[in-house]
Write a protein that binds this ligand. Structure first.
Ligand SMILES: Cc1cc2nc3c(=O)[nH]c(=O)nc-3n(C[C@H](O)[C@H](O)[C@H](O)COP(=O)(O)OP(=O)(O)OC[C@H]3O[C@@H](n4cnc5c(N)ncnc54)[C@H](O)[C@@H]3O)c2cc1C
Length: 306
């Protein structure tokens, strides 16, 4: 029987065989068998309760940490973009997980809440942030998260505290099937002008040091303990390295860039070349921070790496 039956009562949008490339920062990758954009949280919950737990599913936020392979994904990919409510209550913030980090940072600043300024520079959703324990400028999601509302594979909805997620550096140790629906975040009372100044500093620093206007997935590899990936990559001679239409950024060499026509495999293979070169040079195995998903397919690449 077709999987389409599971979408018969949904209120949001459903597409079959839909390209996921436009939904990611890299702008590469194949299609989803089904792309579902729930209208709201209730729509998503009702769908998950009906969708068989053994069928594949995956959630996509802003696609800023995702590399989708050419072969695409079977099952359903769920876009969280409509779950974007943000409410402030004193020093706490309630947000649905499709809300953008930068929207939360802006709302917090309007209320003079400090502690969330770092979110202004992370181009993802808060759900993706919770999954990745995203962070920058000395702060991470773990520091501002109170609790999360979760739906699991069986359709049960429950709350877990920040501690129960066992967040580590760019890692969330909760079960892989959990979808984060909403969260409560905490700030500290300050003044709008002070918070805004800090946010401006972060924005300027990023403009100067990261290729934020290019097709990228942010930091490609996690920093090994007490080391910086960009430095290891630079020392291994990989700054500016090219494979097909993918390139190691000259500006920040832990960023990989799609020059416009890159294949997903150009980007992934270039990342592997970088890993190998760093390993040969230093004996350190860099760990991917970018989430790579989808089936690998063999596509003939024009050109080779320089
Ligand atoms: C220019 C640039 C700069 C960046 N700078 C930083 C930085 O400073 N610090 C940093 O940590 N990261 C940075 N990143 C990476 C990225 O923005 C973060 O990891 C971000 O938190 C990912 O959120 P997203 O919504 O884009 O997630 P996606 O890329 O859409 O998904 C990432 C993972 O999270 C999962 N996911 C998403 N939403 C949910 C949900 N609601 N429930 C369960 N799982 C979910 C997805 O299934 C996937 O496994 C940068 C990226 C770019 C392109």
């Amino acid at each position: 029987m077709s999987k389409m039956q599971y979408f018969s009562e949904i209120k949001g949008e459903i597409f079959k065989n839909k390209s996921l490339a436009p939904l990611t920062w890299f702008k590469v990758g194949g299609p989803a068998e089904y792309l579902f954009t729930p209208e709201d949280k209730t729509d998503l919950i009702q769908f998950i309760k009906k969708y068989p737990s053994h069928f594949p599913k995956m959630v996509i936020g802003a696609g800023s940490n995702l590399l989708i392979r050419e072969g695409g994904l079977s099952g359903v990919v769920i876009s969280m973009k409509n779950l974007n409510t943000i409410n402030l209550n004193g020093e706490n913030i309630y947000a649905e997980t499709g809300a953008l980090d930068m929207s939360i940072a802006r709302k917090a600043s309007m209320m003079g809440l400090s502690g969330l300024e770092f979110l202004i520079g992370i181009p993802g959703t808060i759900g993706g942030g919770i999954k990745m324990n995203a962070g920058s400028y000395g702060s991470e999601i773990k520091d501002i998260l109170i609790d999360v509302e979760v739906i699991d594979n069986s359709g049960s909805v429950f709350h877990v505290s920040q501690k129960e997620l066992k967040l580590e550096y760019r890692k969330n140790n909760s079960p892989k099937d959990w979808i984060f629906l909403s969260c409560n975040l905490k700030g500290v009372k300050s003044q709008t002008s002070i918070v805004r100044t800090k946010m401006k500093e972060i924005i300027n620093d990023r403009k100067n040091n990261q290729p934020i206007n290019q097709l990228t997935g942010g930091s490609t590899f996690k920093n090994p303990k007490k080391l910086k990936s960009w430095k290891l990559i630079d020392e291994a001679g990989c700054r500016g390295l090219v494979l097909g239409n993918a390139k190691v950024s000259e500006k920040h060499c832990n960023f990989l860039i799609n020059n416009g026509n890159a294949l997903s495999s150009d980007i992934e293979d270039l990342g592997e070349i970088v890993r190998n070169r760093v390993f040969d040079e230093t004996g350190i195995g860099l760990e991917w921070e970018i989430v790579r998903v989808g089936k690998k397919v063999h596509i003939k690449r024009e050109g080779s790496y320089e």
